[in-house]
Design a protein around this ligand. Structure first.
Ligand code: NAD
Length: 494
């Protein structure tokens, strides 16, 4: 049994109230850890520590190359402890260890990338219109950053925030999802081992309505970065008005995966599965909305169903497991609740749509890979983020029609399409209103390119150099070398 603590002002602590929370393994509902259940009070203590650590200027004024060196060291420690971190992530989320290993490699790469960027922006010299003057633009850290992350990619999402914030010279209060805190605890231990100054990295555990709300409302927090659902994002945005803090939001997605008749059928088929079944479909960019052109529709559905029937569910720690459970009983009930609604709306569930009958799997929060055909864009199952192993299929005939339907959503995170026609690649990639568009691929992301959503999928961008800029304020410094008096006021005596 793991016993976790929170990290506030350089010390490992329990919650002020003494309350704790049991962390549940979604594979079999066993208790894997007990951690402090923080509240507003604990969050306030962490904010105070981060405020003091920022205001004393020690970290913000550390030369950028030295900040980068420490962030790089954190990447190296993550690589050193990759296996332990991957196992913790799989215990906490149920995803396969193979997937978690990928995540850890990505995470180490994220810290390396932002470590390298830390000292690359030396500011900008402006062509000043004033004679004998110098005009420069510099970037400075924002201050205290509250960072709230979700349960689906617990450490990956936290890393997207932590790495650039530290590289830019900010101080941080991390709040992972209350149900998946284990890798955040471990990475904070590694940050302590790196030797970041006291109060620069803080970790508070506990529910969103307490810890998250305090971080969003506090006038001592300068920036709030959030990844999670749209409704929570809106609450956070409203709370951030307290001191007009900077707000960065990575919210949900309902992502079309469009297959044109001329696509490479076999590769597109393979990726239609990859697009959805990683982490049992609990991915913000899951290609859960499959749109098939008339000429291939029937053959594609048949072939997809045949592949889906063979997906092996089980413990993330077993070698042949391809898909683990959903995260919690509540989430399983939510995914399940969409099924009767889809049928009522006229769709057909041709595979899955229920919990598995297998005895082993009934211990955990498993849901069968589900294929729903005869869908149309006005259905709830198509419009809402189900966040489970569920593919809906819509049939289309023309390019114009599919672009219009794909854009008919409140979301705008990502979209993919498959074609061999280069002119269509150009037209459709420009016409789709999403933050990322994949052509002949799906779910590829890398730290060098920005990530974020159009419309209600978010505000701002993470990753890439803009991911670092989000954690900076822009300052214009103007220096006049030969200022002359203007003599506008009080000179002529009226
Ligand atoms: P959620 O919104 O329920 O919770 C996310 C985090 O917010 C948790 O840490 C939670 O404790 C906290 N929170 C809850 N209420 C809060 C409040 N009132 N104030 C402040 N914080 C609060 O989301 P979830 O269920 O954990 O995650 C799933 C969602 O995350 C999905 O919608 C998914 O699409 C989205 N997501 C988006 C991206 C992206 O890159 N856009 C990445 C991963 C997940």
């Amino acid at each position: 049994m793991i016993k976790g603590k929170m990290f506030i002002n350089g010390s490992w602590v329990d919650s002020v109230s003494g309350k704790t929370r049991e962390i549940i393994n979604p594979y079999d509902q066993s208790v894997i850890a007990v951690v402090p259940e923080g509240s507003r009070e604990d969050a306030a203590l962490a904010i105070k520590a981060a405020r003091a650590a920022f205001d004393n200027g020690k970290w913000a004024s550390t030369p950028a190359c030295d900040r980068g060196r420490l962030v790089y060291k954190l990447a190296e420690l993550i690589e050193r402890d990759r296996e332990e971190l991957a196992e913790l992530e799989s215990l906490d989320t149920g995803k396969t260890v193979e997937e978690s290993r990928w995540d850890m490699d990505d995470i180490a790469g994220i810290f390396r990338y932002f470590a390298g960027l830390a000292d690359k922006d030396g500011g900008e010299v402006i062509a000043s219109p004033v004679p004998d003057s110098a005009s420069v633009v510099v970037r400075e850290p924002v201050g205290v950053c509250g960072q709230i992350s979700p349960w689906n990619y617990p450490l990956l999402q936290a890393a997207w925030k932590l790495a650039p914030a530290l590289a830019a010279g900010n101080t941080v209060v991390m709040k992972p999802s209350e149900i998946t805190p284990l890798t955040a605890i471990k990475v904070t231990q590694l940050a302590e081992e790196c030797g970041f100054p006291q109060g620069v990295v803080n970790l508070v555990l506990g529910p969103g309505a307490e810890v998250g709300a305090e971080l969003s409302e506090s006038v001592d927090v300068d920036l709030i970065s959030f990844t999670g659902g749209i409704a929570t994002g809106k609450t956070i945005m409203r709370a951030a008005t307290s001191n007009v803090k900077k707000v960065a939001l990575e919210l949900g997605g309902k992502n079309p995966n469009i297959i044109f008749d001329d696509a490479d059928f076999d590769v597109a088929l393979d990726y239609a599965l990859n697009a959805v079944f990683f982490h049992a479909g609990q991915i913000c960019s899951a290609g859960a909305r499959l749109m098939l052109q008339g000429g291939i529709h029937d053959r594609f559905v048949e072939a997809l169903k045949a592949r889906m029937e063979k997906i092996v569910m089980g413990s993330g720690f077993k070698k042949n497991t391809e898909m683990g459970p959903l995260i919690s009983a509540e989430h399983l009930a939510k995914v399940e609740s969409y099924m009767p609604v889809a049928v009522q709306d006229g769709a057909k569930i041709i595979l899955g749509g229920k919990r598995p009958s297998n005895r082993e799997l009934q211990k955990g929060f498993f849901f069968e890979p589900t294929l729903i055909t005869d869908c149309s864009s006005d259905m709830k199952i198509v419009q809402e983020e189900v966040f489970g192993p569920v593919i809906t299929v819509e049939r289309f005939q023309t390019e114009e029609e599919v672009v219009r339907l794909a854009n008919d959503t409140i979301y705008g995170l990502s979209a993919g399409f498959w074609t061999r026609d280069p002119e269509r690649m150009e037209r459709v990639s420009r016409a789709l209103k999403f933050g990322t568009v994949w052509i002949n691929d799906f779910n590829v992301y890398f730290v060098q390119a920005p990530w974020g959503g159009y419309k209600q999928s978010g505000l701002g961008r993470e990753l890439g150099h803009v991911g670092l800029e989000e954690y900076t304020e822009v300052k214009h410094i103007f220096k006049n070398y030969s200022t002359k008096a203007l003599n506008w006021f009080g000179v002529s005596g009226g």
